[in-house]
Write a protein that binds this ligand. Sequence first.
Ligand code: ZN
Length: 250
Amino acid sequence: MRALVISDIHANLQALEAVLQEAPPWDEVWNLGDTVGYGANPNEVVEKAQLLGGVIVRGNHDRACAGLADLEDFSESAAEAARWTQSILTGGYRSWLAGLPRGPIQRPDLPVQLVHGSPRDEDEYLVFRDDAQAVLAAGSAKITFFGHTHVQVGFATNGDEDFRLTPLYTSKSEAEYFELPVRRGAQYLLNPGSAGQPRDGDWRAAFGLYDDGRQVFTWHRVPYDVAEAQRRIRRAGLPEFLAARLAMGK
Ligand code: ZN
């Protein structure tokens, strides 16, 4: 069983298309949320997400763009993008977003759970080791796939020692992948990174592939047409910062 693990697409159609073109064969999609917000193609991206199907967790931007949350906690540019997304989303897509389930979602038959932020709070950012270790210590699944931080990273424990895991890449512009063997007796928090708005200093679209048979998780990066995604953000009248940051991966 192979799952395409994708998160934080953020209405970036060009990034999503590149991911789907580059991804190795998969059996099921696990979408960790924030399908919309920030980017200029929410309707097109929701349509694709629906067709891809699989397991889809809601993110904080999905909630906000569906009108289920006030925008007080959002930065100015995020709030502006959420209001714009609300104005352009077709009714059917808006109610689909509103109906997405909150994580954690357990994947039947697999020792895996899917969340947007963390198992204890869908809006929590798992950035620091201490928070990650507390979540691992709560021990709800062998592997928890999470998103929300837009960073390709993993945290693991074997009971004695804790580890922070990051993929190593050799280029800044090619399609690349990095394999992480899943060890017996260890527990993991794994973030595939953000497809549509990476913030780990790498502009390439990020995703992951979990292979249950091989017991391997693979981080991927793939170049995409950033210039086109930026053009669309500017044409939509969204904040310039949202276009500029895509090229920086920040
Ligand atoms: Zn996000």
